[in-house]
Design a protein. Structure first.
Length: 146
């Protein structure tokens, strides 16, 4: 996987280290200017496979959608944190393990507490899915529900 990261970094992508649950779909990358033309990508890997098939599991695509639109929401709000309020993902076609999926998150509307986001997910310039979501943004870490 280090070769894939190096190859994408050579193309201008920046690797975002992920931890906790989000790390299940690592590596994720961004390029472009935050809040203006930022793109988010994931290099799909065998850990994202749907059972033993050569396709990416839908849950992995939804996790990537949450991350990609969340990055866009943070950019749009200018806040360091956000939480997903609602997320819808529409599957257009299957994604094969090893393919690069690119999203260009777009803020549709921002209120005093929420950002409404949407994004198209593409593989080789063709639609693989679309998503829309609502994200609440805030300045401090989220409260734990202990």
């Amino acid at each position: 996987m280090n070769e894939a990261i190096a190859a994408l970094e050579a193309e201008g992508w920046s690797h975002i280290p992920l931890d906790t649950f989000s790390a299940t779909i690592d590596p994720v990358f961004t390029r472009g200017e935050p809040g203006v033309s930022r793109e988010v990508a994931v290099k799909t890997n065998p850990g994202m496979a749907n059972n033993r098939a050569d396709t990416v599991h839908g849950g992995a695509m939804m996790t990537f959608a949450d991350i990609a639109l969340g990055i866009g929401a943070v950019d749009a709000a200018g806040a360091p944190y956000c939480a997903t309020v609602q997320l819808n993902y529409h599957f257009v076609r299957s994604v094969r393990v090893g393919q690069l999926v690119i999203c260009r998150p777009q803020a549709v509307r921002r209120t005093s507490r929420l950002v409404f986001m949407r994004g198209l997910f593409e593989v080789d310039g063709e639609a693989a899915g679309s998503a829309d979501g609502i994200f609440q943004y805030f300045s401090g870490p989220a409260l734990r529900a202990d």
